[in-house]
Design a protein around this ligand. Structure first.
Ligand code: NDP
Length: 450
C-alpha cells in the first residue's frame, strides 16, 4: 500500500464520523500524489503526513448565555489550532447551527495550505460555535460573544493565534469579541482581524475575499484570452463573500444573475442590483426574497434541499459558489457543463464535492479555480491588517487594494507554475495544493518531529 493510502486509511479510521474533514484530506492528498511519491522516503521518515492530519490541538468548550427573556442557553465552542509551521495560527470563526468538530477541522486543514499560498507567514487554524446569530437581538449576540471570548482568550494572542470572521461572524461579532478580549487581558493588540476602522481594522478587509475571488478569476481568464466582461455569472450566497464578489464582477462588466440565502434564491436577468442586496443583508438583516418586492423583473425560488438544482440549473458562463461547503454535487456539475458553463471559481470553502471537481477538471476548455486559491484574499488582507497593527500604521484603501490585487495575481501564477512543473498545465486544483504544501512540508521537516 502506498504511503498516501496508508495515511488516508488511518485518518478515516481515526476520524470516523468526520466526513467533511476526511473529504478535505482525501482531496488534498490525491492532488499531491506526484510530490509525495517523489519524496516518499523523506516524508515517511519524518511522519510528515501523519503529523499534517493531526491538529496541534483542538479546544472545545461550553458557551453559556442568557437570551432577552432571561432563558439560559448552552452552545459548544471550538478552536482548532492545526499547524503553525510557517507562522501563528490564523483562520476565521464560524457561528452557524451546523458547526461541529468535523467542519471546523476541514476548514482548519484547508487553511494551512491556503495561508501558505498567500506567501505570508501565517499558519492554519479555525474555530466557531453551533450558535445561530440569525433572529437574535444585538444584546443576545453580545452576551454570546462575551461568553465565547471568556474562554477563547486563553488560547489566542497576536503572535499565537489570530482569528477572524467567517459564516455568521461579521463586523458586529468581531467588535463584541475584541471588546471582551481587551477587557479581560488589558491588551490592545492585533488579536483579531476584520476589526472596525476606528479600532485597528484595515480598509478593504470587508470586501477583500469577494474582490480577491474576482481578481484571481480575472487573472486566470486573461491568461486564457478571456475576461469577466459581458459574461453571465451565477453566484450562491448573499453574505460577505457573495456581495463583494458580485460587486467586483459587475464592476468588471459581468452580469450577475443569481444570488441566494439558506431559504431560497433569486434570478434577475437584468443583472442583480448588488447594492440593494448589500443593504438588505448588511443593514436590514433581511431575507433575499425581499429583493423581489422592489425589483419586479426578478423571480424568487424557495430552496427545500441543497440537492435540488437551484442556481446551478440556470445557464451561465461563470459559476461562483459563495455560500457554504458541498453546494455543488455531481448532478449540479453535469448540468452546469451541459448548459455551457466554462469557468467555475470557488468562493466558499470546499463548495464542490470531490466528484464534482473531477467533472470540472475533465471538461475540456473549462477553467476551474479552487477555493484555497480563489478565496485567499480574505486571509491575505487579514495578514496585512496584522502587519498594520504591529507597525501601528494604517494604509490607504488604494494601497491595500493594490497589495490584494498583486497577491491574487501572484497566487494565480504560483499555482499555474506548480501545475505546469508537474506536467498538469491548467489543473489549478493540483497546482494550488502543491504550491501551498511544499513550503509547509519543508518548514515541518526543518523543525523536527514535533
Ligand atoms: P456569511 O455568513 O456572510 O454568508 C453566508 C451566505 O451563505 C449567506 O447568504 C447564507 O444564508 C448562506 N448559507 C450559509 N450556510 C448555508 C447553508 N447551509 N445552505 C444554504 N445557504 C447557506 O458568510 P461568508 O460570506 O463570510 O462566507 C461564505 C463562504 O466563504 C464560507 O464557505 C466561508 O468559509 C468562506 N470564506 C469566507 C471568508 C471571509 O472573509 N468571510 C474568507 C474565506 C472563505 P443565510 O444568511 O440564510 O444563512
Amino acid at each position: 500500500m502506498s504511503y498516501i493510502s496508508e495515511v488516508l486509511e488511518m485518518t478515516e479510521k481515526k476520524n470516523a464520523g468526520q466526513p467533511e474533514f476526511t473529504q478535505a484530506v482525501r482531496e488534498v492528498f490525491n492532488t499531491l500524489s506526484q510530490v509525495i511519491e517523489a519524496n516518499e522516503e523523506k516524508y515517511k521518515q519524518n511522519a510528515l503526513l501523519e503529523r499534517l492530519v493531526e491538529p496541534d490541538r483542538q479546544i472545545m468548550f461550553r458557551v453559556p448565555w442568557t437570551d432577552d427573556k432571561g432563558v439560559p442557553h448552552v452552545n459548544r465552542g471550538f478552536r482548532v489550532q492545526f499547524n503553525n509551521a510557517i507562522g501563528p495560527y490564523k483562520g476565521g470563526l464560524r457561528f452557524h447551527p451546523s458547526v461541529n468538530l468535523s467542519i471546523i477541522k476541514f476548514l482548519g486543514f484547508e487553511q494551512i495550505f491556503k495561508n501558505s499560498l498567500t506567501g505570508l507567514p501565517i499558519g492554519g487554524g479555525k474555530g466557531g460555535a453551533d450558535f445561530d446569530p440569525k433572529g437574535k437581538s444585538d444584546a443576545e449576540v453580545f452576551r454570546f460573544c462575551q461568553s465565547f471570548m471568556t474562554e477563547l482568550y486563553r488560547h489566542i494572542g497576536a503572535d499565537v493565534d489570530v482569528p477572524a470572521g467567517d459564516i455568521g461572524v461579521g463586523g458586529r461579532e468581531i467588535g463584541f469579541l475584541y471588546g471582551t478580549y481587551k477587557k479581560i487581558t488589558k491588551l490592545y493588540e492585533g488579536v483579531l482581524t476584520g476589526k472596525g476602522l476606528t479600532y485597528g481594522g484595515s480598509l478593504i478587509r470587508t470586501p477583500a475575499t469577494g474582490y480577491g475571488i474576482v481578481y484571481l478569476g480575472e487573472a486566470m481568464l486573461n491568461d486564457h484570452g478571456k475576461s469577466f466582461k459581458g459574461q453571465r455569472v451565477t453566484i450562491t450566497g448573499s453574505g460577505n463573500v457573495a456581495i463583494y464578489c458580485a460587486q467586483k464582477a459587475t464592476e468588471l462588466g459581468a452580469k450577475v444573475i443569481t444570488m441566494s440565502d439558506s431559504n431560497g434564491w433569486i434570478l434577475d436577468e437584468n443583472g442583480i442590483d448588488v447594492e440593494a442586496v448589500r443593504v438588505l443583508k448588511e443593514e436590514k438583516r433581511a431575507r433575499i426574497s425581499e429583493y423581489c418586492d422592489t425589483h419586479k423583473g426578478a423571480k424568487y425560488f424557495e430552496t427545500k434541499s441543497m440537492d435540488e438544482l437551484r442556481v446551478w440549473g440556470v445557464p451561465t458562463d461563470i459559476a461562483i459558489p459563495c455560500a457554504t461547503q458541498n453546494d455543488i454535487n455531481v448532478q449540479h456539475a453535469k448540468e452546469l457543463v451541459k448548459n455551457g458553463c466554462r469557468c467555475v471559481i470557488e468562493g466558499a470553502n470546499m463548495p464542490s464535492y470531490n466528484e464534482a471537481v473531477e467533472i470540472f477538471l475533465s471538461t475540456k476548455g473549462l477553467l476551474f479555480a479552487p477555493a484555497k486559491a480563489a478565496n485567499a484574499g480574505g486571509v491575505g488582507t487579514s495578514a496585512l491588517e496584522m502587519s498594520q497593527n504591529s507597525m501601528r500604521l494604517s494604509w490607504t484603501a488604494e494601497e491595500v487594494d493594490s497589495k490584494l490585487h498583486a497577491m491574487m495575481n501572484n497566487i494565480y501564477h504560483n499555482m499555474a507554475a506548480a501545475a505546469k512543473k508537474y506536467g498538469h498545465t491548467d489543473n489549478f486544483a493540483m497546482g494550488a495544493n502543491i504550491a501551498g504544501f511544499e513550503k509547509v512540508a519543508e518548514a515541518m521537516i526543518a523543525q523536527g518531529i514535533q
